[in-house]
Design a protein around this ligand. Structure first.
Ligand SMILES: *Cc1c(COP(=O)(O)O)cnc(C)c1O
Length: 352
């Protein structure tokens, strides 16, 4: 059955071990949100010695728990007030940036008698989540007043504002740590960032930053914010397969009166004469066309709609037939969609 995603567990494992080698002694929190909390991939992380897992969504965390993943799992996107009970029940901790949420988490953990760890996010310029450094002392004081178990601080760059992590940003974070510790609170965890922060640590450590939260690098060996393929990691960790349902020579220019495409965009096409095109049973519902790399040379993705992908195969040396299967490497957005889609079959491969 297709579409199908092949998941090469040993290759993912090899990325985990390589990153541990490069980043040691900084501890890796394995981030599973890019694969929808896939328990087999989480298991691979745990078996390689990863002690902390992170996921943004409580549903993914529940999914891992249901399959017996017993590592310490943190919810890395702030829990919603409407899910506090589940967060405290299934996670061991959360990254937060609002006192109301700290209060709710602390009350619930007291109520059900479970120790629950809080890591407070610090805003350092990317302008996604985080408490402003100058507001930190008051925030911490109030949080302690609610009985919160504050174990650390963290920051996230590169995601919303595209701000590049630098040594200076890490020093700002350490400055915030010092200020909090001067209030008599010991912070066990200083969480410096995500995949985009790895490059900072490749040529020397930054004393005091002791955790990075890594998803993309483990999963596909890429760093999107840094715009690089991480050369010591594997990128062939997943392949998406889709089946050809139409194969014809057609003009490359649509004909008739041109309006918008199925998603409201104005299509742009280049006239390259008659071309050989395949239609695959794969669409935006499963992947993003812009974030898919054909394995075969001479194959070009032209686009498509919810359930069809149009591919130009004129320059390919392969002879295709209806029913043949073509393979693609997913980049992060396509990985996310396909792993979270119930329409894409999952196939786990052990051994290379
Ligand atoms: C997604 C996310 C990560 C992991 O990011 P990658 O780029 O996949 O390594 C880390 N921290 C937070 C807060 C996140 O939301």
């Amino acid at each position: 059955m297709f579409p199908r995603i092949n998941i090469f567990l040993d290759r993912i494992s090899s990325n985990i071990r390589k990153l541990q080698e490069v980043l040691s002694p900084v501890e890796i929190m394995g981030v599973t949100k890019g694969v929808c909390g896939d328990p087999y991939i989480a298991r691979e992380m745990v078996n390689n010695g990863i002690r902390y897992l992170g996921d943004s969504r409580i549903q993914n965390i529940k999914r891992m728990r249901a399959k017996g993943i017993d590592a310490r799992i943190f919810q890395i996107r702030s829990p919603q007030l409407s899910e506090i009970r589940e967060t405290v029940k299934y996670a061991d901790g959360a990254f937060v940036s609002e006192l109301k949420i700290v209060k709710a988490l602390s009350e619930k953990s007291r109520e059900i008698g479970k120790k629950f760890a809080i890591i407070v996010m610090v805003e350092l310029g990317d302008l996604r989540e985080g408490v402003l450094p100058r507001d930190m002392p008051v925030f911490i004081k109030e949080a302690i007043g609610y009985g919160a178990n504050i174990v650390g601080i963290g920051t996230n760059l590169g995601c919303f504002g595209g701000v590049i992590p630098t040594r200076e940003k890490m020093e700002n974070l350490l400055g915030v740590r010092d200020k909090i510790e001067s209030m008599g609170i010991k912070l066990e965890i200083v969480s410096g960032g995500a995949t985009d922060t790895i490059s900072l640590f490749e040529n020397g450590k930054i004393q005091g930053i002791n955790q990075l939260r890594i998803g993309e690098a483990i999963l596909i060996g890429h760093d999107t914010t840094g715009n690089r393929k991480i050369d010591y990691l594997r990128q062939d960790t997943f392949t998406i397969e889709a089946e050809i349902i139409e194969l014809k020579e057609k003009p490359s220019m649509p004909y008739g009166i041109i309006g918008r495409d199925a998603f409201g965009n104005i299509p742009h096409h280049v006239d390259r004469g008659i071309r050989k095109r395949a239609i695959l049973a794969l669409g935006r519902q499963d992947i993003d066309f812009e974030y898919l790399i054909p394995l075969e040379k001479g194959v070009e993705i032209l686009g498509g709609s919810s359930d069809h992908m149009v591919v130009d195969v004129t320059d390919s040396k392969n002879v295709y037939e209806i029913g043949d299967v073509m393979s693609f490497y997913p980049l992060y957005p396509s990985l996310l969609k396909s792993m979270c889609s119930s329409h894409v079959k999952k196939r786990y491969v052990k051994g290379s």
